[in-house]
Write a protein that binds this ligand. Structure first.
Ligand code: S3P
Length: 168
């Protein structure tokens, strides 16, 4: 089974995904890291050199073209489900799990790591909460199409594993 973790930047897709993969005995794949590896650059650098549209195209190609192992936990970039037909593809090719969090919760987590996230780098704290609220509204249309939604506050990999295995 392929489990695609989706959700806003900072919701814990990579951190929890790694642990979840370990608990399930699955491989962990971080699509942003795959892009960085194949392009030999960071996401920030890629954004500033080529722009967002080129990044979204590459993200789409990486999502669909990656040679996934049979069992994998896949962390997708925060914007990935919201472009092209990526969310359809995710739902057709695996189990989608949305790690849901409020804008305030996300802003708190993202405060320290803005340098790594080109979408946030120029925002102060007030602008950041506002930005996240607006983006979440837009993106929830896609995120809410996940087959399973879990609350990201105090979420553990054990709890996630249980919810995935016990889903209806
Ligand atoms: C983005 C999220 C990032 C990365 C890129 C754009 C977004 O991934 O793909 O910086 O648009 O939300 P993370 O969610 O892993 O930070």
């Amino acid at each position: 089974m392929k489990i695609f973790l989706i959700g806003f930047m900072g919701c814990g897709k990579s951190t929890l995904g790694k642990k979840l993969a370990q608990k399930l005995g699955y491989e962990f794949i971080d699509l942003d890291h795959q892009i960085e590896k194949s392009e030999g650059t960071t996401i920030s650098e890629y954004f500033s050199t080529h722009g967002e549209a080129a990044f979204r195209k590459l993200e789409n190609e990486t999502l669909k073209g990656f040679d996934y192992p049979a069992n994998a936990v896949v962390a997708t970039g925060g914007g990935a489900p919201c472009f092209f037909d990526n969310m359809d593809w995710i739902n057709e090719n695996g189990l989608s799990v949305y790690i849901e969090m409020t804008a305030a919760g996300l802003a708190k987590r993202l405060e320290g790591g803005k340098d790594k996230r080109p979408v946030l780098k120029d925002l102060d704290e007030t602008q950041m909460i506002e930005f996240i609220e607006n983006k979440l509204k837009e993106r929830n249309v896609f995120y809410k199409r996940a087959q399973l939604t879990v609350n990201g506050i105090n979420l553990t990999a054990d709890a996630m594993r249980a919810m995935i295995l016990n889903r209806q």
